[in-house]
Ligand binder design. Sequence first.
Ligand code: DON
Length: 587
Amino acid sequence: MIWIPEFKAFISRRLSLLVLATSFLCSDNSISCSAETAPLVEAKRGMVVSVNPEASDAGLQVLQAGGNAVDAAVTVALSLAVTFPEAGNIGGGGFMMVWPGSASGTAASSDPVCIEYRETCPAAISRDSFINEHRQEGHHTVGVPGTIRGLALAHQKFGTRPWAELVAPAIHLAKEGFPIDAALASGLNKLLTQANEFPEFRRVYGKPDGTTWKKGDRLTQPDLAGTLSILAADGPDAFYKGAIAQKIVDEMKANGGAIASEDLAGYRAHIRSPVHTTYRGYDIYAPPPPSAGGTQLIECLNILEQYDLAKLGSKSSRAAHLIAEAMRRAGCDRVRYQGDPAFTQIPPALVTKEHAKQVSQDLRLDQATRSEDLAKDIKLSDEPPSTTHFSIADGNGMAVSNTYTLQNSYGSRVVVRGAGFLLNNEMTDFNWQLGVTTRAGRVGTEPNVMAPGKRMLSSQCPTLVARDGKLLLVTGSPGGRTIPSTVLCVIVNLLDFGMSLRDAVDAPRWHHQWFPDRLQFEHLGDPEFAQQIIELREMKHDFGNDVKKLGDGYRRQGDAHSILIRDGLLKGAADWRRTQGKAAGLP
Ligand code: DON
C-alpha cells in the first residue's frame, strides 16, 4: 500500500518549496508569466502534470514508490475520476499515448503506441435511432464506457506495480474526501440547480447540509469508494462482467437506456499504431481514428511545413492566416472522411505530405478561403444549430500523454445508482442526422453515423513529439473540436516561434474547424493583438461578434498540461485556463 498521508504532507511541503524555487524560471522568453499562470516546475526523476493537485500528487507518489509512467497514469486517471468529476472518469473513454522509453534515458526502446479506449454505440441503437432526438443528456446518450478496459490494457502491457496498489489512492480520496476548489464548487452548484431530473446526481454531489458548495469544503464519495474497492479487489472485469456491470445494466433498464450486459462484456480497448509525420525534423505521434484529432493535427503540420512561420513571427497576421487555413482544410477532411476505421474506409493519404501539397493548391497568402469552396461535394444547409488531459514522464524515459472524457462536463448527468460514478454522453459525438451538414457546424456525413458496436468520432489528441529518437514534448488538451487546434498552437509556438514551454502553453490560441466559417482567437479584443486582427479581417477572416471576456480574462481554449524534456531535465507546465492544475516533479 503506497498511500501514506504523512508522507503525502511531507512531499507536498517539499513540492511547495520546489514550486517556489522554480517559479523564477518561467520568464525565459518572449511572453512573461502573468499572475494567472502556473509556475514551470523542473525535475529529473519524474513529472506529473494534471488539472488537479491531489491527482498530480497521487501520481507522483507512484513514481516515488518505483512505479513507471503508466503505473502513475492509472492512478492519476482514477484519482481524477474522484477529484475532477467534470471530466475525470471511469464511465467515459479516451486515448492514451505511451512512449515506452528505455532504461538509458529518453531514447525509445520500441515505437510509441496508442491505447484506444473510446466508447462504443450499444447494440440496440441503429443509425436512425436519434433522428428526432434533441436531448443531449440522459440515459440514451451513454456510450459503452472504455476507461477501465483502457487503463487495464495499458497496465497489462506496461505496468510494473500491482493493480490494487494503483487504485488505492483513488479509494482514499473518495472515502476521506478532499477540499474542493472554486471551479468545482461553482460547477456543482450550477448543475445542482438544474439537475432535477437526475436525483442520483443530486444525492451524490449535493452538499449534505443542503447549502451551496464553497471553495475548501470537503467532498466525500462513499459509493464511489465502494466501486473503486471492488475494482481493486476483483480487477477490471468487475466493471464489464461483474458487480459494477450489473449496476450499470440495472440503471439502464430502469431508465430506458440502451446498454445491455452483452455490450459491456463485449467491450474491448485496442492497442493501435499512432498516426505519424515529421515536422521540421521532429517526429510527431498522435492518436489514429476513431479520433480525428491526430489526423487533423498531422494534416495541419504537413500544410504548415511548406511555409516559414518562424520568419513571419508569432504576432504576424500572415502566420495566423496560414494556421487558420491549415485548420480549415483539416477540419473539412475530418467531416468528409473520418469515422471508426472498423466501419469506414479512411484514405491513408490524409497524413501524407503529398495530400498537404494538394489541399494547399488553392491556399492564397493574402485571402481567406471560403469554407464552402472546399467541399462542393458536401451538401450544406442553413439550419440553426469536458474532457481532461494529463502528461506524465518518469525518470527512465517512459512517458504517457492521456486525454479522456465524459463528453460534456459531467457527461450524461447519469450517476449509476449506488455506484457513485457518472456516465458519459458520448453518443452525442455521432452524426445524428445523415445528410444534414450545416453552415452552423452541425455534421451529417456518412463516416460518423451511428451503428451498433461502432466508435463515435473523437477530437482527442494526446501527442508526443520526439527528435532523433528522443522524446521532447508530451502534450494534449480538452476542448472538443478545438483540441487539435490547441495542440497545434502549442507545437508551433515551441518549434516555430521558439517560445519556452511556459509561453507556448500560455500564448493565446487560434481555432478554425471549417464550419462555422469563423476564426476563433482567445484574445479577441485584446489591444495587444489589435493590428493582427485588423489585418486578418482585411484578408476576409470572419471573427463574428464573439468578443467574449470570461471573468477577468478572455475566452479560454483548452487546458494543455504539458512536459518538455531536454538534456534529462523534465519541465512541467500546468495550464491554468480551467482550474489551478499542478505540475508535480520528483527532483
Ligand atoms: O472526444 C471528443 O472529441 C469529445 N467528446 C471531447 C469533448 C471535450 O473535449 C469537451 N471538453 N472540453
